[in-house]
Design a protein around this ligand. Structure first.
Ligand code: AKG
Ligand code: FE2
Length: 280
């Protein structure tokens, strides 16, 4: 209650209660809603003769979200005209064409050369990066400030998403050969998992995902959304965007997605995850 009086945001309080490991997110939110109801009733409820009036949850208020302006078929990014190819409203999935030039795709791929290692996932128990049979690709990172071409693309994506480039993770490349895949998973970090909480502490939730397709793939390798019956095929220079949370920054279970096995050719993508806060 003191934290509410001090003007702390209910969502930040719920996140920190959940992070402490003592409460699930649902329990934390219910407790804060109850405290707010008591405050409306007066004097922590002690002097309230009648029950507190019903009140909408404090968590129904929308929070600031990254967004792409899809009000027309083309978007004028500061240094490039981008095509809007399709939009799914809910959960929001947008396919953008012409986000990167062929030369930019080739430069990013060349920059990473042979630095790939077997891909990992975040262990639920302790947050460690572990090899998993569901993700058989190889990965490489481009750290901030490392390559001019990556910086330029970072700025372009930040402008498209109306979100600070500092509130995003460095580019993570994924390379898939024939049969390699990433089975359906979520990109959001689970506040109910101890391992994910340590990652949430650095930059908060992953609100949105950009998947940049850096090459064409001969056969297979689509990005699939099993709950939506949707498959997007890689096209060099295109970018797939989806929101991982609702407008309240809460994980959206409909965003289940994966990389289908490549049948012929090689698939190379760059992931960019937009966080709630600064990712330092
Ligand atoms: O390979 C894809 O198309 C999707 C990759 C993905 O979902 C991820 O790396 O988190
Ligand atoms: Fe993913």
């Amino acid at each position: 209650m003191e934290n509410l009086e001090r003007g702390c945001s209910p969502l930040d309080m719920a996140n920190s209660m959940a992070r402490s490991g003592q409460h699930s997110m649902a329990v934390a939110r219910a407790a804060i809603d109850e405290a707010l109801r008591l405050r409306v009733a007066g004097a922590d409820g002690a002097s309230a003769a009648a029950p507190a009036p019903a009140m909408a949850s404090a968590f129904s208020a929308p929070r600031e979200m990254p967004y792409i302006d899809v009000s027309s078929n083309r978007i004028a990014a500061p240094d490039r005209e981008v095509d809007v190819l399709f939009v799914l409203q809910k959960p929001q999935v947008i396919l953008l064409g012409n986000v990167l030039s062929d030369e930019e795709c080739d430069a990013i791929v060349a920059h990473c050369g042979t630095r790939y290692t077997r891909s990992t996932v975040t262990a639920e128990a302790d947050g460690a990066s572990v090899v998993h049979e569901g993700r058989t690709s190889e990965m490489a990172f481009i750290q901030r400030g490392e390559a001019e071409v990556a910086e330029r693309i970072d700025r372009r994506l930040a402008a498209l998403a109306h979100w600070s480039p500092e509130c995003s993770e460095p580019f993570q490349l994924q390379k898939y050969g024939p049969t390699q895949e990433y089975r359906p998973h979520y990109d959001w970090l689970d506040p109910d998992s101890a391992g994910h909480r340590s990652h949430l502490a650095r930059g908060g939730q992953r609100l949105a995902t950009f998947v940049l397709y850096l090459c064409d793939v001969e056969q297979g390798g689509g990005t699939v959304f099993p709950s939506l019956g949707l498959e997007v095929f890689p096209k060099k220079g295109s970018a797939l965007w989806f929101l991982n949370t609702d407008t309240n920054h809460q994980p959206d279970p409909q965003t289940l997605h994966g990389g289908a096995p490549v049948v012929n050719g090689t698939k190379i993508i760059a992931n960019k995850w937009l966080r709630q806060g600064r990712y330092g």
